[in-house]
Write a protein that binds this ligand. Structure first.
Ligand SMILES: [Fe+2]
Ligand SMILES: [Fe+2]
Length: 245
């Protein structure tokens, strides 16, 4: 058996133990299998398919808040918390602090590719327009230096992507658009406070930002995912990632 087959077999055994069958969306295995082939279908053997909470995950409250997502779905968030604290300490406006706090939620909870755009869409209905805008464009600004605020092209990117990596035309285009925008500096300050190598010994508690979140994030009364906002379905999918439909 290959590593992938072994992982799939273990997964299959685990899903057999659940009373409902959990299925994987295409994106879970994208890159590991030929996307022109149909997804393998689990053998139901009379069992039902999952249409809600996945028992392998910590259960979210019925009306989840942003803080619940940090605690139960967003993996290690220390990078964002440290960035937000750094912004706060530097005396940056609160919009920048909250943007730093949220800027990488797509990576920690949803999807890595195009993370700035996904994160912006997730939070857009609930934060000031400028905050969502800044999160969207930090994706492109990360690749371009700005001497005026001491921001250099990250050394880490040379290691990660190679010395010869050039941002693609859509990134270059969005960088140019952001550069000329009135909110440029809000987005730029995310990159300035975005820590590449954060201190593993510094622990920042989410409680430090309770008031900032309260003032800047419009928590829907129905719970994130159950309101009628344009991104509610995205929060719902993070909550219930293995629903059959
Ligand atoms: Fe980022
Ligand atoms: Fe970041």
């Amino acid at each position: 058996m290959t590593t992938l087959e072994r992982a799939e077999a273990a997964e299959h055994a685990l899903s057999q133990e659940l009373d409902k069958i959990a299925v994987k969306s295409v994106i879970y295995t994208s890159g590991e299998r030929d996307p022109r082939e149909p997804m393998p279908r689990p053998d139901a053997k009379g069992r039902r398919f999952l249409m809600g909470h996945d028992a392998r995950l910590p259960k979210m409250p019925d009306k989840p808040t942003l803080v619940d997502f940090y605690r139960l779905r967003f993996g290690p968030s220390m990078h964002m918390l440290q960035s937000a604290r750094l912004a706060m300490k530097s005396g940056a406006p609160e919009k920048v602090v909250v943007a730093c706090l949220l800027h990488d939620i797509a990576i920690t909870g949803f999807i890595r590719s195009d993370h700035g755009y996904w994160a912006a869409q997730l939070v857009e209905p609930y934060v000031d327009e400028e905050v969502a805008w800044a999160i969207r464009y930090h994706q492109a600004l990360r690749f371009y230096p700005d001497e005026s605020v001491g921001y250099q092209y990250p050394e880490l990117y040379k290691t990660l992507f190679g010395e010869d990596y050039q941002p693609e035309p859509h990134i270059a285009r969005d960088y140019q658009a952001a550069r000329e925008h009135k909110w440029y500096m809000t987005s730029r300050l995310i990159t300035v406070n975005d820590l590449y190598s954060f201190d593993p010994n510094v622990t920042v508690q989410l409680e430090e930002f309770t008031d900032v979140i309260g003032r800047n994030f419009k928590q829907p009364k129905e719970g994130l995912g159950f309101d009628a906002s344009p991104s509610a379905h995205m929060w719902r999918t993070i909550n219930w990632p293995t629903r059959y439909l």
